[in-house]
Design a protein. Structure first.
Length: 292
C-alpha cells in the first residue's frame, strides 16, 4: 500500500511542494491515529488484566500491578490511580516511538519523491551521522529504561528516592516527573534532572513491605510457634512461588483454638495466596497431630 502511494505521487504531475506537504499531512494524521489506537489498546489490555486478577482473587494485575505498597499508606483507589498513571505514561512513550518511526518513513518517502539520494547527506557530512548515532544510542537507552520504570514500578511520581550518581554525596529527593528520556527530582534546594539510565540503581524510601494477619485453626497439641514454622516453609512452594517472607513473624495464641500470625511480605498477598497459606498450614498441623 505504501509502495502504491509513493508510485502514485511520483508518477503524478503534482509540484514538489505539494508532494512534500501531502506526505507531511499523511504522517501527521498517522501519528495522531496511532497514538489514539495505542492508548486505547493498552488501556483495554490493562483493564482485562485487572478484571482477571480480581476474579482469581490475586492481589496483582499482571504487568501493571503495583509491585510494593507505599510507606504512607495506599488505599485501593490510590493504588489504582498510580497504576493508571503508569499505563498512560507508558502509552505516551510507545506512541512517541511509533510517531518517530512514521516520520522517519515519511522522510525516506519524501527523499524518494524528490529524487534525492539520502546517502549524499551522510557522505558529505559523515561526522554529523556519527554524532547522531552516538547520541541516539544514549537516547534509546534512556527510553528503554523509562519504559522499564513504568512496567516494573521501580519508582513513580511522589516517591522519595536515594541514588548515587557519582557526586560527592548521594542524591535524595522526591520524584516529580518521569519523562521519555529523563527524570525530574526535587530536593530541598533545587530541581534535579537526570537521564533515565542514571537511575537504574537506587533506593526507594517510599516502598515498604506489607504486613498481613493470618488466622489459623490449630489442634490442642500445637501452638503458634509451630504454626509459624510451618507457614514459613510454604514460601516458594507450588502456587506460592511469588510469596517472599521478609522479617520476623509475630504470633499470638487465641483462646478459641486459633492463632493469629502477622507475616511480612514484599508485596500484598492475594486472597487465593492467603487461603493457600492458611489451608496448607492447618492441614499440616492436624496431620502432625494425628500422626503423633
Amino acid at each position: 500500500m505504501l509502495t502504491d502511494f509513493v508510485s502514485w505521487l511520483s508518477g503524478s504531475r503534482f509540484s514538489a511542494p505539494f508532494v512534500v506537504l501531502t506526505t507531511a499531512v499523511v504522517a501527521f494524521v498517522a501519528t495522531r491515529l496511532s497514538a489514539f489506537v495505542i492508548r486505547r489498546a493498552i488501556r483495554r489490555l490493562a483493564r482485562r488484566s485487572s478484571v482477571a486478577a480480581q476474579r482469581s482473587g490475586a492481589a496483582t494485575s499482571g504487568l501493571w500491578r503495583v509491585r510494593s505498597s507505599r510507606i504512607e499508606g495506599e488505599s485501593g483507589e490510590t493504588g489504582e490511580q498510580r497504576r493508571r498513571q503508569r499505563i498512560d505514561a507508558a502509552s505516551r512513550m510507545v506512541s512517541h516511538l511509533v510517531a518517530l518511526v512514521i516520520w522517519v518513513i515519511a522522510g525516506i518517502v519524501t527523499f524518494h519523491l524528490l529524487e534525492v539520494d539520502p546517502a549524499f547527506f551522510l557522505s558529505s557530512a559523515g561526522f554529523i551521522g556519527a554524532a547522531l548515532a552516538i547520541g541516539g544510542q544514549h537516547k534509546v537507552n534512556d527510553y528503554l529504561t523509562g519504559l522499564s520504570v513504568h512496567f516494573e514500578d521501580r519508582y513513580g511520581v511522589g516517591d522519595e528516592i536515594v541514588v548515587d550518581v557519582g557526586w560527592a554525596e548521594p542524591v535524595q529527593g522526591i520524584v516529580d516527573h518521569v519523562g521519555l528520556f529523563s527524570t525530574r527530582v526535587r530536593d530541598q534546594r533545587s530541581t534535579l534532572h537526570f537521564p533515565n539510565h542514571a537511575l537504574t540503581s537506587l533506593r526507594n524510601l517510599s516502598q515498604e513491605a506489607t504486613t498481613s494477619t493470618l488466622r489459623l485453626r490449630v489442634p490442642d497439641s500445637s501452638d503458634a510457634e509451630e504454626a509459624a514454622e510451618l507457614l514459613r516453609g510454604l514460601a516458594g512452594t507450588d502456587g506460592l512461588t511469588d510469596v517472599v517472607f521478609v522479617g520476623d513473624f509475630a504470633s499470638r495464641d487465641r483462646a478459641t483454638g486459633e492463632v493469629e500470625i502477622d507475616v511480612v511480605t514484599g508485596r500484598a498477598l492475594g486472597n487465593r495466596e492467603r487461603d493457600r497459606l492458611v489451608g496448607r498450614t492447618e492441614r499440616a498441623l492436624f496431620d502432625n497431630s494425628a500422626g503423633g
